[in-house]
Design a protein around this ligand. Structure first.
Ligand SMILES: [Zn+2]
Length: 270
């Protein structure tokens, strides 16, 4: 072919990048909004936005900036996780999801630090309180981050979510929106410190609420797995893996908190 000559046969319809969200079939230029491969109906506008890499709003936090959006999303992730699963977009807004996690961690850490330092000041144990706050914050943030990252990676390996563009992107997003549980954990931690300071020895009995919070987080995540999986038995396996990984991450966080506490104690000779 000589230079400047047009290609012999130009395609009639250029590839729009629109793919079926269930089976990834190329649905460019179809007359009917139904995938010929798997029979799933689709919204062409949604597929066009996904193809263009645009995030789709899927939580109240995506559309409402401020307290109301945050509160509604927090409540949704805790009390109606199936709604979070059903509404979760093929491509969510990563920045908003990360911001949600950051706010949850900051609120949880701030509440815990404020309560413990206040109790420390009132009981004259502010030095111990400072060490405890620093150690627990390092351990807790590390444990929560590890827990969310490990479970997202494991879920991405095991479970293919329905109507999603990327496995890890989807599960990481879901994990970000389970960060709301850190607020419950912080409240539990502050109560534990309160009772441990004023009536020593009561701390053991507080492991029961901690177990309830952990179990609640596991159940919320399992609900989303069972709602949005295309993996059959592998989804059941994922349901077994999630609590084990979560618990492992908590143990790692617990020990890292103890190491940080000992480091501080050694540095300032408490
Ligand atoms: Zn299809």
């Amino acid at each position: 072919m000589s230079q400047g000559e047009p290609p012999p046969e130009a395609p009639l319809v250029s590839d729009s990048g629109m793919r079926c969200l269930v089976c990834d079939y190329n649905v460019t230029g179809l007359r009917e909004n139904r995938c010929p491969e798997c029979g799933t109906e689709f919204d062409p506008d949604l597929l066009r936005r996904v193809a263009a890499g645009q995030p789709i709003p899927c939580t109240p936090w995506d559309t409402r900036v401020g307290f109301v959006g945050f509160w509604q999303t927090w409540a949704m992730s805790l009390f109606t996780p199936w709604r979070l699963a059903d509404n979760f977009a093929p491509r969510h807004n990563v920045r908003r999801a990360v911001a949600f996690t950051a706010i949850c961690y900051s609120l949880a850490g701030g509440t815990f630090a404020y309560c413990v330092l206040w109790i420390g000041l009132r009981t004259g144990t502010v030095d111990d309180a400072l060490g405890l706050v620093s150690a627990v914050l390092v351990g807790a943030v590390f444990a929560c981050w590890l827990c969310e990252t490990l479970t997202s990676a494991a879920l991405a390996l095991l479970v293919k979510p329905t109507c999603a563009k990327s496995r890890y992107h989807f599960w990481r997003g879901i994990a970000h929106y389970t960060s709301g549980f850190t607020l419950l954990t912080a409240a539990w931690g502050a109560c534990g410190f309160y009772w441990n300071t004023w009536s020593s020895g009561a701390f053991i009995s507080l492991w029961f609420p901690a177990a309830v919070i952990f179990l609640w987080w596991v159940l919320a995540l399992l609900k989303t797995i069972l709602r949005r999986n295309d993996s059959g038995l592998r989804a059941v396996l994922a349901c077994l893996v999630v609590p084990v990984l979560g618990f492992g991450a908590i143990l790692v966080g617990y020990w890292s908190a103890i190491i940080v506490f000992m480091l501080f104690a050694g540095l300032w000779n408490w």
